[in-house]
Design a protein around this ligand. Structure first.
Ligand code: SF4
Ligand code: SF4
Length: 125
């Protein structure tokens, strides 16, 4: 029986396809579009829905974590001068560079509909 409780995934139309679990992260954005990670829970107070720090980068045609690239945009207590240092901290918290740690496949999610949803596309200033 079809599970109608699964969420719709909204992704940029140029987003790459999700790779295999454990493969190099290509910035497809699927994981963060489905649910916020612990960093978002603790620092963004977001526990469900598409993470508001999921950032599309036009020049790279991929998503990145806004908490790594420009955390001061999302957390007002972080001064601009500490952007890079804070970004390195958050990169370590989300295990950036460790490969895709999201096991679900889009085929497992019948309601998944890649779209031209813009998300948070404003580049970091
Ligand atoms: S904080 Fe970053 S890694 Fe975590 S869900 Fe949001 S965009 Fe993804
Ligand atoms: S961890 Fe996996 S699902 Fe998440 S953005 Fe990277 S490749 Fe996509």
């Amino acid at each position: 029986m079809k599970n109608t409780q699964l969420p719709t995934v909204e992704l940029h139309s140029f987003a790459p396809a999700k790779p295999e679990y454990g493969a190099h992260c290509n910035g497809c954005g699927v994981c963060c579009a489905l649910e916020p990670c612990p960093v978002a829970h603790v620092f963004l107070f977001q526990i469900k829905g598409k993470c508001r720090a999921l950032l599309w980068q036009d020049d790279a045609n991929r998503y990145v974590c806004g908490m790594v690239v420009c955390p001061d945009r999302y957390v007002r207590l972080i001064p601009h001068a500490l952007r890079e240092r804070s970004g390195r901290f958050f990169a370590s918290r989300i295990a950036a560079g460790a490969g895709c740690d999201f096991a679900a496949e889009l085929d497992d999610m019948p309601e998944s509909t890649p779209s031209t949803a813009s998300g948070t596309n404003r580049p970091c200033a």
